[in-house]
Design a protein around this ligand. Structure first.
Ligand code: AMP
Length: 398
């Protein structure tokens, strides 16, 4: 593989897999352009070198071929805005004559956005012929779509076969994602604390099991903590619980003891008499939740204990909120933990926040620039931390 930052794109047409899978409202306005802005440095570097960029992406989950709803044409105006003076063209097909002609006409400093890759079923099937057709649209292949790196699709993985080793590389976003994730998983300075929250244990089992090999401390908060607490014999009232995962929870606690990893469950909780913003609330030990009540946030004691652990850490991975942070009454736990992570970072710890709602949380509390790295990859990051080989990464490195 080549290194993006030192590659000279002068006179080169780069075929770039980006992740422009942004949310759109009914009027096709982009409601969150984070995924687009994240990849702009990659595109600009190619253009500034004197190269041109053919961008390919998916958008949504189209079922039966082309539909207006999922057309990438709705993104062209905003892409143009983000790129400034560089001319942006659009091809209403990602392969075939239209795409080929548009790519051939492209000059240095210009950008071509191809229509949604998923208008072809071959994309998700990882079809070789489709991947080969795409590969003809550029001289080199740049993968900057970390968000889909866990998919073995035609444009994210299979296509790499059609480029020599010196003609395929990660884009700057993907490079940063991979470097930071590798730093946490394979080169973490100890103590290494993983903070895992969110709703379901079942979503996070593989991550916790993998982290048992690497972390010093694992903090478990959010709805998933109550399955652990109930498995240990606690009363959790109406709190979220996956009864069929209680054995797994016990197994994880046992393995942690064997490996000398400390698992921390919340000592106390903010409990509510209903799942609603206007619920009555009180504080109680997390394993003594009265019938009819449910734990919706970690309590003050838990915040104190968790913060002390975070404070002593040199490496921090945070995935998943500590409570129902979308409601004001239950946001204190997540906010306090976000502040602790920011404080530890200011003292020199390396902190990576990633995977869905914890990213939303650090943004909500304006702390995104106070942690070392906020990952853009939800599912991809989770699979990476589960210890899986991501096809999008493997295909470039091969
Ligand atoms: P996940 O996607 O698994 O990271 O879960 C995130 C969701 O978990 C958020 O929408 C939170 O509101 C929710 N959540 C966090 N803590 C709790 C809790 N104690 N009870 C119910 N839901 C929770």
């Amino acid at each position: 593989m080549s290194t993006f930052s030192t590659f000279n794109f002068n006179g080169v047409k780069a075929l770039v897999r980006v992740d422009f899978n942004v949310p759109l409202d009914d009027q096709f306005n982009i409601t969150d352009d984070t995924r687009m802005t994240a990849t702009i440095p990659t595109i600009k570097k190619i253009l500034n070198d004197g190269g041109s960029a053919v961008l390919m992406s998916h958008l949504g989950r189209p079922k039966d071929g082309p539909t207006n709803k999922y057309s990438l044409k709705h993104l062209v105006a905003h892409l143009q805005e983000l790129l400034g003076t560089a001319k942006v063209y659009f091809a209403d097909d990602c392969i075939g004559q239209t795409a080929t002609d548009a790519a051939n006409k492209l000059r240095g400093g210009e950008v071509l956005l191809l229509e949604n890759l998923r208008f072809y079923k071959e994309e998700e099937k990882g079809d070789k012929t489709f991947a080969e057709k795409l590969s003809k649209l550029g001289d080199v292949y740049v993968n900057d779509a970390f968000g889909t790196a866990h998919r073995a699709h035609a444009s994210t993985a299979v296509i790499a076969e059609f480029f020599d080793a010196n003609k395929k590389m990660f884009g700057s976003l993907m490079e940063a994602e991979v470097t930071n994730a590798e730093k946490v998983l394979h080169a973490s300075e100890k103590p290494f604390t993983a903070i895992i929250g969110g709703a379901k244990v079942s979503d996070k089992i593989l991550i916790i099991e993998n982290l048992l090999q690497r972390a010093t401390d694992i903090i478990i908060g959010g709805g998933m903590a109550y399955t652990f607490l109930k498995a240990r014999g606690g009363n959790i009232g109406n709190s979220l619980c996956e009864d069929d995962r209680m054995d797994t929870a016990l197994e994880i606690l046992k393995k942690a003891t064997e490996k000398g990893v400390s698992i921390h469950l919340p000592e106390d909780s903010v409990i509510a008499d209903k799942f609603a913003a206007d619920a009555n609330t009180k504080n109680c030990p997390s394993d003594q939740v009265p019938a009819g009540w449910m734990g919706l946030d970690i309590g003050a004691k838990a915040i104190g204990i968790f913060s002390e652990i975070i404070n002593k850490s040199r490496t921090i991975l945070w995935n998943g909120p500590m409570g129902v942070f979308e409601m004001e009454k239950f946001q204190n736990g997540t906010k306090s933990i976000a502040l602790s992570v920011a404080e530890a970072t200011a003292k020199g710890a390396f902190s990576l926040v990633g995977g869905g709602d914890s990213v939303a949380a650090v943004n909500k509390f304006n702390l995104a620039d106070k942690v070392s790295y906020v990952s853009t990859g939800g599912g991809a990051l989770l699979e990476y931390f589960e210890g899986k080989d991501l096809p999008g990464i493997a295909a470039i490195k091969k």
